[in-house]
Ligand binder design. Structure first.
Ligand code: HEC
Length: 154
């Protein structure tokens, strides 16, 4: 009797979890970390590594060796455009869904607005997916959780 009650409680808990976060993305089905209550990242480590290779070959010159960019990224250049922002937790890369991040990388920003180059035709779609996963690997657990709940899991 005691045992079956516990099972029932466990099932309700599981259903409760999948109710609140039922979204499935390229990074895998989200799970909640029972200890911290945060959404687990479940990134594919092979993909993170491939993404870092893509990043190192194409992006470090502007966004820094580890996506940290420059501390002055909030200050516009004399031409009114902004310097490359950090891609880690400290700026606003995490204010965009996976789709928007991908699009920004593929299309870049229009030259009159910013100086992010377009990578369409230079990187494969797989390489762009990989580098987006690498960017997500930079975020803290708390930021990843916030990002998922606000920009991805809706
Ligand atoms: C020539 C410099 C340059 C290079 C090289 C470059 N970027 Fe950027 N990137 C920028 C700038 C500048 C911005 C901000 C654009 C704006 O202000 O609209 C930006 C913005 C971004 C953003 C949006 C960030 C946000 O907070 O909204 C992402 C994501 C990004 N870059 C990823 C990449 C990746 C991945 C690569 C390599 C494949 C790359 N960038 C290479 C200059 C660069």
């Amino acid at each position: 009797m005691r045992h079956s009650l516990l099972c029932g409680a466990a099932i309700i808990l599981l259903l409760g979890c999948s109710d609140t976060v039922s979204f499935n993305t390229v990074v895998g089905k989200p799970e909640i970390d029972g200890r911290t209550g945060l959404i687990k990242r479940n990134l594919d480590l092979g993909q993170v590594k491939r993404g870092f290779t893509v990043y190192q070959a194409n992006c470090t010159g502007c966004h820094g060796l580890n996506g940290e960019a420059t501390p002055d990224w909030r200050k516009p250049n004399p031409d009114g455009k902004y310097p490359p922002p950090p891609l880690d937790s400290s700026a606003h890369a995490w204010h965009h869904s996976t789709e928007v991040l991908k699009k920004t990388i593929l299309k870049g920003t229009p030259p009159e607005i910013g100086s992010m180059p377009a990578w369409e035709g230079k990187l494969t779609e797989q390489e762009v997916d990989d580098v987006v996963v690498w960017i997500k690997s930079l975020w803290s657990d708390e930021i990843y959780d916030l990002w998922y709940r606000n920009f991805e899991g809706k």
